[in-house]
Design a protein around this ligand. Structure first.
Ligand code: SAM
Length: 213
């Protein structure tokens, strides 16, 4: 919590979603979108049976449900926002002990080294403008060697990123090249990477699988 106080208003505002964002994120439509995206990504990766999965920024828990149903996984579902953890816990109550829920800041994962076979982050890193690099380093630390980091995220186009950096030099907004460099610096190599435009061409979207070397 001390760290959260040091974040400043703007960073906290981005990490804690607005009520409009939450309404969209917690909708059945978004759950279906999450499932489609996850299934498309899982088709590109071979995972151990009954994998130990960590999800950072679990939102309503749609991905955790899919991982239990499709992979017979045990899932640690975490989110920075206690309200979201409560939503996920309620919606996944029928899954019993297959899913554990914790309020966790992805920049400081309270887990041992190499504890998980797979780690998921769907649309989370761009919400951590001061600390997404620390989150990637933490993911690398708690992931097994040869484990997979499966993620999706959003970027502003690079000219917009440069403009934001001029206006807010202390802000480290997620940026595509910087993310790829950060992954490599933390021992990941990209096994699968897809990108496209979204929001009427205003943002880029990526979905990817990175393997810890
Ligand atoms: C756009 S939502 C995506 C939720 C979910 N992964 C999905 O695809 O529906 C981003 C989530 O990241 C969480 N989040 C933001 N900052 C975080 C942080 N520092 N650590 C962990 N989770 C964070 C938010 O609370 C929110 O639930």
């Amino acid at each position: 919590m001390g760290k959260e106080r040091r974040d400043g208003w703007f960073t906290r505002r981005i990490m804690r979603l607005t009520c409009f964002e939450k309404r969209a994120m917690n909708s059945p439509k978004h759950a279906r979108y999450t499932e489609r995206t996850a299934l498309a990504l899982l088709a590109h990766v071979a995972l151990p049976s009954q994998p130990r999965c960590l999800e950072i920024g679990c939102g309503q828990g749609a991905l955790a449900r899919l991982l239990v149903g499709r992979l017979n996984a045990s899932v640690m579902a975490t989110d920075f926002d206690p309200g979201q953890v409560a939503v996920a816990k309620e919606r996944l109550a029928d899954l019993g002990k297959r899913v554990e829920f914790r309020v966790v800041d992805a920049r400081e994962l309270p887990f041992d080294d190499a504890q998980f076979d797979v780690i998921f982050s769907f649309g989370v890193l761009h919400h951590i403008p001061r600390g997404w690099r620390r989150a990637v380093a933490e993911v690398a630390r708690v992931l097994q060697p040869n484990g997979s980091f499966i993620f999706t995220d959003f970027f502003v186009p690079s000219f917009v990123g440069r403009f934001i950096a001029l206006l807010f030099p202390r802000l480290d907004q997620l940026e595509e090249t910087a993310l790829k460099t950060c992954l490599a610096d933390n021992g990941f190599h990209l096994e699968h990477y897809e990108r496209g435009w979204c929001m009427l061409g205003l943002m880029r979207h990526c979905q990817a699988i990175a393997r810890k070397g």
